[in-house]
Design a protein around this ligand. Structure first.
Ligand SMILES: NC(=O)c1ccc[n+]([C@@H]2O[C@H](COP(=O)([O-])OP(=O)(O)OC[C@H]3O[C@@H](n4cnc5c(N)ncnc54)[C@H](OP(=O)(O)O)[C@@H]3O)[C@@H](O)[C@H]2O)c1
Length: 301
């Protein structure tokens, strides 16, 4: 292990970045944790990280934040209020690649997604395609592109809907099988790679979770964790889903990205290219996650 060399983590207050930071610190690495909010970063500072707050739209900020790092973890944040998702996230994606180049970082672990090989027709995911293209155009880049399935954490808002409506719903068809994964399992792979830096060139790694799940099954597992047997899953139409998302604060544009992504799932266009293997599978079950989600929410109320 090269414990004395600095590793920088973007999005360190988010689902994957926070776990990566904690894992690296626990293994004795020097970690610089990036986010926007000093208050949110404070917990990581206490845990031993150097923390730096700033805007990822700013390549100058990112260049200084990445400088001196043996490896960086990068992601594209999502803001549900953006008026033009691809344009806004593209500014950040370009800034990240520019900063990696300017700071002379040799190894990058970049969070992407299943479906990122498709240039369009996948909503949010086509921005990750564009980002993969930016990495491919970076001279001499050693970039590990992690392509996970859907995060279990996407179901954080589900309990609110179940509580309010007595059902769970989305515009995903009930019986489409989708690889789904816990952020902590992505983080484990990312943290190991950031520490080992044992690949060269552009490498794609799919992460498919413990098993594929359907939304019907997800709903049934959430129902069981809540003690609500027979909790129904309701498939919303695309227009109804867009409207429901705008009612909870999404811009029309970002709502339409979500719905386009669900359409791509329904049409079987977002799939694993390599198929499930021991290497692409990860341990955490959705049952484990659902139990923890319900327990955390009960503790909070
Ligand atoms: N959800 C899924 O199912 C799924 C599946 C595949 C891929 N992905 C991809 O995963 C990525 C999100 O990863 P995640 O869930 O680990 O992140 P996350 O939980 O959404 O957190 C985002 C992080 O980025 C920071 N951030 C947000 N806007 C920023 C800005 N303008 N400048 C600087 N920092 C900013 C946030 O800081 P603050 O604390 O200040 O907000 C936070 O630390 C997205 O690219 C998404 O497409 C998601």
């Amino acid at each position: 292990m090269q414990n004395n060399e600095l590793i920088t983590v973007m999005g360190a207050t988010g689902n994957t970045g926070s776990e990566i930071t904690k894992r690296l610190l626990a293994a004795g690495h020097r970690v610089r944790a990036l986010g926007r909010s000093r208050a949110k970063l404070a917990e990581l500072a206490v845990a031993g990280a150097e923390t730096v707050a700033g805007e990822a739209t700013d390549p100058g900020f990112l260049t200084e934040a990445f400088r001196g790092s043996a490896a960086v973890y990068t992601l594209l944040p999502v803001d549900v209020t953006w008026q033009d998702y691809h344009a806004e996230v593209g500014v950040i994606g370009s800034a990240v690649v520019k900063a990696v180049r300017a700071a002379g970082v040799r190894h990058v672990v970049a969070l992407s997604s299943l479906g990122a090989e498709l240039p369009s027709g996948t909503g949010f995911l086509s921005s990750l395609h564009d980002q993969e293209q930016r990495w491919a155009a970076l001279p001499g880049a050693n970039v590990l592109l992690l392509r996970p399935g859907m995060f279990f954490e996407s179901f954080h808002p589900a309990l609110g809907m179940i509580e309010a409506e007595g059902v769970y719903g989305d515009s995903v068809a009930p019986d489409v099988s989708i690889p789904m994964i816990a952020a902590r399992d992505i983080s484990e792979v990312a943290a190991r790679a950031l520490a080992a830096r044992d690949w060269s060139g552009i490498v794609v790694r799919e992460l498919l979770g413990q098993r594929d799940l359907t939304y019907r099954e997800v709903t049934s597992v959430l129902g069981a964790a809540l003690g609500r047997t027979e909790l129904p899953y309701v498939q919303f139409g695309y227009e109804a889903m867009t409207q429901a998302l705008t009612e909870i604060g999404f811009s029309q544009n970002v709502a339409s990205q979500h719905v386009a992504m669900t359409k791509a799932f329904n049409e079987g266009r977002v799939v694993s290219l390599g198929g499930r293997t021991a290497e692409s599978s990860t341990p955490t079950t959705f049952e484990d996650f659902a139990g923890e989600l319900v327990e955390t929410s009960r503790r909070a109320t």
